[in-house]
Design a protein around this ligand. Structure first.
Ligand SMILES: N[C@@H]1[C@@H](O)[C@H](O)[C@@H](COP(=O)(O)O)O[C@@H]1O
Length: 244
């Protein structure tokens, strides 16, 4: 069997990482005005979203673009400042001309909610899925141990993830929700292309496990080694533990 190689781009810093990542996305945006984007929250893709906003200011229209987000906390209203919907609105949607009816963020806490999101996703095909990576190697909210074939589902968040995300909740872990709804790894693997961005030393172990470790549920992102078209854009610190 031919070995699939992830394409890894190492950048000097966060800004260069964001610009390089946008370069990958721009190829798609220019070629397909009605592209379907999979989007992610977190601090890693914010620079990429700034580049997307700049491209709109330069004249690009996102009016026919559709977007599907990876995940959302359970038990937080969409309008809550901490919701991932609000995050996407504040960091991207409000500053581009995307039709909000074309933006999708999963919501809810039941099997039916998960199935509804998966059904909506099965009607489209994600051209480019943007991902960050958690310190424990999670993608979306697929925590270590999640079976790779899982589709959209409800997860119990690990202590590690809740601690890492407490910075968005007044540094109080007790305010961080205990559950989330997330695309599964099976969902993510269906996208045509994956663009993963990671920066900072605290991601170096997860990045190494994703790229060089065994393909194992202990590192959810290692599943991407089985995907045919993955581009990983890193800053130097996140790449610092890679062997080459
Ligand atoms: N569910 C999100 C992930 O989608 C994100 O990749 C991760 C890393 O976030 P950050 O980019 O802020 O480090 O955090 C959260 O847990």
């Amino acid at each position: 069997m031919e070995e699939i190689q992830m394409k890894v781009i190492v950048c000097e810093n966060y800004d260069e990482m964001s610009a390089k990542a946008f370069g990958v996305m721009k190829e798609l945006l220019d070629a397909k005005k009605d592209a379907v984007l999979g989007l992610a929250t977190g601090s890693s893709p914010v620079g990429l979203y700034k580049e997307m906003i700049q491209y709109h200011k330069d004249g690009y229209s996102y009016k026919d673009i559709k977007s599907y987000n990876l995940d959302e906390y359970v038990g937080i209203d969409r309008k809550d400042p901490q919701s991932y919907y609000t995050f996407m609105y504040e960091n991207l949607f409000k500053d581009i001309d995307i039709d909000l009816n074309n933006t999708h963020v999963p919501y809810g806490n039941t099997e039916t909610d998960c199935k509804a999101y998966e059904d909506a996703l099965s009607e489209v095909s994600i051209d480019l899925q943007v991902l960050g990576i958690g310190q424990n190697g999670h993608i979306g909210f697929n925590e270590p141990g999640t079976p790779f074939e899982e589709l959209t589902h409800i997860v119990d968040l690990t202590e590690n993830t809740r601690e890492a995300n407490a910075r968005f909740f007044d540094n109080d872990i007790n305010k961080v929700p205990t559950q989330a709804i997330t695309m599964g790894i099976g969902t993510i693997m269906k996208s045509k292309k994956v663009l993963l961005v990671a920066n900072g030393e605290n991601k170096a172990d997860a990045v190494k496990a994703m790229i060089e470790g065994p393909i194992d549920t202990a590192c959810a992102a290692s599943a991407l080694q089985n995907h045919a078209d993955v581009v990983v854009v890193l800053d130097k610190a996140a790449a610092s533990k890679l062997s080459k």
